[in-house]
Design a protein around this ligand. Structure first.
Ligand code: AMP
Length: 516
């Protein structure tokens, strides 16, 4: 028997098994339209209601629904209300500016655009056939529980159908739309949940943005098991600890920058003589950048939480490798254990990893995406030879993948990708700029931060601050350089190419890895 793997399975099961007996979501309190605490029965009714409302709006199966919002219960419901009933969700990074969001809405052809009230004003110029505010009023019908057993238009579940299109910045000036199928998302969630032993006793604190690769698929895994979701809109170390305490959180996912915020807040708590919650009960899954082993050690000793590292990309839904301490490491001292855990990990079940002749990491698995939305040439390049090309550089240490370098021209700051080309394009719009090279340099808080090396036109003047402001006015703020160095010239190869790895060298001297 072949039953298509579609992500609607997850919520349907949770509603059947746990129904009205169990809280599914604790929404962020005190924000417009907060749903408070809702059960799995209600979450399912609201997802079904959303599908009915989309039917009524004439949104066909396969049409795109874009959502631009920090984490919220509505976002979680949309995973299922949109994708679970045959439409395609387009989760958009809410920190992008209006032009960037407009590009994604247009490129994906989204007919519905859902916008959080806090960013309404800044996205005033972005339109779609239907645009609704996620404020509990404009979207009241969209998120109303379905009446009785009213059923939305039948969708013949197809596991090869696109579940979501997640735009990600990469090696092109514009972000590319990563098409993840239901099969990708289903298997990633199952394998991720398997490796991290997600159960119905888990409570997940949403410290990872839901837009980022659908929260790495963890929201699907937790829903499938009937675990509890605790929504968090903003990253704040103190608040994370407070919610862990209040809600009995057992799991969270985040980039190393989130870990740093938590460690800072924990130190402050200890200074005040207060306890740090979660010792022996919380596990934290970290990815997005290689976490320093000191940080890993601090998570395990200062917080007493289990540290799990994963590695992957939006294009791989994302799980490729996982590093979770096997029993053999139980007796290691904390620093030896942290150093073992600092590698990206061993292949997850069903994943094959390989390093090619140039040191690029390649992967083959059912989690590898279907393609870049309407960019067949880019897709072919990424999947050349039947392996996915990650653009990351590294090596194998036995079965362990170690990320040591980056082949692609991408900067990862606070867990979010920034395309160097996009920032360079922006700098070139400034009348005084003759040449620009944008690189990632190490940063204590963000792992890496954006630096621009700029050559001015003869006779032109521009200050560092002016160039930074120029970029901040045109790009999402996290993409703007945090420093600019004015140079007399930039060394190029005989064919006129900039060698980014050479430009980066000075700033990365003395570090084992050339990524952070
Ligand atoms: P994204 O598609 O935005 O999730 O970014 C994926 C990129 O993040 C990868 O190509 C890596 O460069 C980086 N990355 C993710 N996880 C890790 C990790 N555990 N260690 C090092 N880099 C990572």
């Amino acid at each position: 028997m072949h039953v298509p793997l579609t992500i609607g399975d997850f919520l349907e099961r949770a509603a059947l098994v746990h129904g009205a007996d169990r809280v599914a979501i604790v929404d962020e309190p005190d924000v417009p339209g907060s749903l408070g605490a809702i059960t799995y029965a209600e979450m399912h009714d609201r997802a079904r209601g959303m599908a009915l409302a989309l039917d009524a709006m004439g949104v066909a199966h396969g049409e795109r629904v874009a959502i631009v919002s920090p984490n919220s219960a509505r976002f979680l419901i949309s995973y299922f209300g949109v994708s679970g009933f045959g439409r395609i969700l387009v989760p958009v990074n809410f920190r992008l500016n209006s032009d960037e969001v407009a590009y994604i809405v247009e490129h994906s052809g989204a007919s519905v655009l859902l916008v959080d009230p806090e960013i309404e004003e800044s996205l005033a110029g972005v339109s779609a056939k239907v645009r609704l505010l996620l404020d509990g009023n404009e979207d009241a019908e969209l998120f109303a529980p379905a009446p009785g057993d009213a059923q939305p238009a039948r969708w013949e579940g197809d596991e090869a159908a696109t579940c979501s299109i997640n735009y990600t910045s990469g090696t092109t000036a514009r972000p590319k739309g990563v098409q993840l199928t239901h099969r990708n998302c289903w298997l990633n969630a199952a394998v991720f949940g398997w490796h991290t032993t997600v159960s119905d006793r888990d409570t997940l604190l949403h410290t990872l943005p839901m837009f980022h690769c659908n929260g790495w698929g963890m929201p699907y895994a937790v829903t499938a098991m009937g675990g509890r979701h605790v929504v968090m809109r903003k990253i704040d170390g103190e608040e994370i600890l407070a919610r862990i305490e209040r809600e009995g959180v057992t799991m969270l996912c985040g980039a190393p920058a989130v870990v740093a915020a938590i460690l800072g807040a924990a130190a402050a708590r200890r200074e005040r003589g207060e306890e740090v919650p979660g010792r022996g009960t919380v596990r934290m899954v970290v990815a997005g950048a290689p976490p320093p082993s000191k940080t890993i050690e601090a998570v395990e000793t200062e917080l007493g939480w289990e540290f799990i590292q994963i590695y992957g990309l939006t294009e791989t839904t994302p799980l490729l490798t996982i590093n979770r301490a096997p029993s053999e490491w139980d007796d290691l001292d904390s620093s030896a254990r942290a150093s073992m855990l600092s590698r990206a990990g061993v292949p997850a079940v069903g994943v094959r990893m390989r390093i090619d002749g140039d040191g690029e990491i390649l992967a083959r698995t059912n989690h590898v995406f279907d393609g870049y939305w309407e960019q067949p040439a880019e897709t072919a390049k990424a999947l050349e030879g039947g392996w996915f090309h990650t653009g990351d550089g590294g090596y194998l240490d036995g079965p362990y993948t170690v990320i040591a370098d980056r082949k692609k021209d991408v900067i990862i700051t606070g867990g979010e990708n920034v395309s160097s080309i996009e920032v360079e394009d922006c700098l070139y719009q400034h009348a005084a700029v003759a040449e620009a090279a944008v690189i990632g340099v190490p940063d204590d808080k963000w792992g890496e931060t954006v630096k621009a090396l700029v050559v001015l036109r003869p006779g032109a003047v521009a200050t560092e601050e002016e160039l930074i402001e120029f970029c901040r006015a045109r790009l999402a703020h996290f993409k703007a350089p945090t420093s600019v160095e004015l140079r007399d010239g930039l060394t190029r190869t005989a064919t006129g190419k900039l060698q980014k790895y050479k430009l980066r060298q000075t700033y990365w001297e003395g570090q084992d890895r050339k990524v952070n």
